[in-house]
Design a protein around this ligand. Structure first.
Ligand code: ATP
Ligand code: MG
Length: 346
């Protein structure tokens, strides 16, 4: 390869994560890595279903992606990527890397991750292949020692590890023979974690200074991470009210964000007769139409033993007591956070 070719090779950093939500710790770390390692671009890649967090309460991929977009605007060279979200299913780094290599064969790829994530690499699918595909940049994080990286996999990777000191360029590192380098980069990381942000929001503590302002506004606007009834989206609150007015029984809202890929909420209820089911349907339909919210599709309205109204981000099920017991949706979706109405019947 000629010198000119080396110089023009784009350096591309990949930063994967749940980003639930993206915070200033991510952005600050990426900024430092970009400048220290002279990367041209960094892709922030939110996972679709994080393999280690399956079944746990993870906010929908789309919300997480939008927040990543908001969190990296105004940051030159930073981009939010839908790669893993588009791929659907469980997100594995090996697949992501293969796709990047296919779409950008000319780029020199660096896989960026925090030491906490690197310490778990033995649990990754095909981790040996992942480590052979590109160079890694392992960054420090408060509460962890970067040097611990050398003990990963019983020290098997130690020969490939290079501590990147001030002013050193990863491109100039000597070839190690055993495979691409794993750079250890000590940074001034911020002591912020998404889990901490989620618990602040649940207890009503301010998250100002932990996330970018537009991200904070987005969280507030969509009532993310707050599980109290008043934070359910307004259309769902209207739907519940309309159903209550028609004497629907045992109304249950199940929050499926991150659990189901086809909708964010189920609103389940039952009437005592098919006639009442129809009346509930009409009440909900009317109330939401007044709010300019129309169902994408309605099923079962004729027979009315079971009526389904699909609004996209939420689905309303109006059941007869028998149909409700038969479909047992609340059991099927037992992992979702539940809100029962009327509130005093909880
Ligand atoms: P959670 O608390 O939910 O695990 P998190 O803050 O660790 O969230 P992730 O989305 O899991 O965020 O992290 C994505 C990547 O960014 C990981 O490689 C992680 O190590 C790294 N990272 C996260 N926060 C920081 C931080 N404050 N400083 C440096 N790296 C970080
Ligand atoms: Mg994490």
């Amino acid at each position: 390869m000629t010198m000119a070719a080396i110089e023009t090779k784009q350096r591309l950093g990949l930063l994967g994560g749940t980003f639930n939500p993206i915070h200033l710790g991510h952005v600050q770390a990426a900024r430092i890595v970009k400048s220290r390692c002279r990367l041209n671009r960094i892709l922030f890649i939110p996972s679709f279903i994080p393999p280690h967090k399956e079944g746990r309460d993870v906010t929908s991929a789309l919300h997480r992606f939008h927040m990543v977009q908001l969190g990296v605007t105004d940051e030159p060279g930073f981009e939010a990527s839908t790669l893993e979200i588009d791929a659907q299913g469980t997100s594995y780094s090996i697949h992501t890397l293969d796709r990047i290599k296919e779409s950008q064969p000319e780029a020199e790829v660096f896989f960026i991750l925090g030491i906490d994530a690197f310490l778990e690499i033995a649990t990754w699918k095909d981790y040996n292949k992942v480590l052979d595909r590109c160079s890694f940049i392992v960054i420090s994080r408060p509460g962890y020692s970067l040097e611990e990286a050398r003990t990963v996999l019983g020290g098997r990777l130690r020969d490939r590890m290079v501590t990147l000191r001030e002013g050193e360029d990863p491109g100039a590192a000597p070839s190690l023979g055993a495979g691409p380098a794993i750079f250890l980069l000590e940074i001034d990381a911020l002591d912020i974690a998404s889990s901490e942000i989620r618990s602040c929001l649940q207890t009503g503590t301010s998250i100002a200074g932990m996330v970018a302002e537009p991200v904070r506004e987005y969280i507030k606007e969509h009532g993310l991470y707050m599980t109290k009834q008043e934070t359910l989206p307004s259309e769902i609150q209207l739907c519940v009210e309309a159903a209550e007015n028609k004497k629907a029984e045992d109304i249950l809202v199940i929050d499926l964000q991150g659990i189901s890929s086809f909708t964010d909420y189920f609103v389940i209820m039952n009437g005592n007769s098919n006639k009442q089911n129809q009346a509930i349907f009409e009440g909900v339909d009317k109330e939401l139409k007044q709010n300019n919210t129309r169902p994408l599709s309605v099923e079962g309205k004729q027979h009315a033993e079971w009526i389904l109204m699909d609004y996209g981000n939420f689905v309303v099920h109006i059941f007869s007591p028998t149909a409700r017991a038969y479909y047992a949706l609340e059991k099927l979706w037992g992992d979702g956070i539940k809100h029962s109405f009327p509130q005093d019947s909880r």
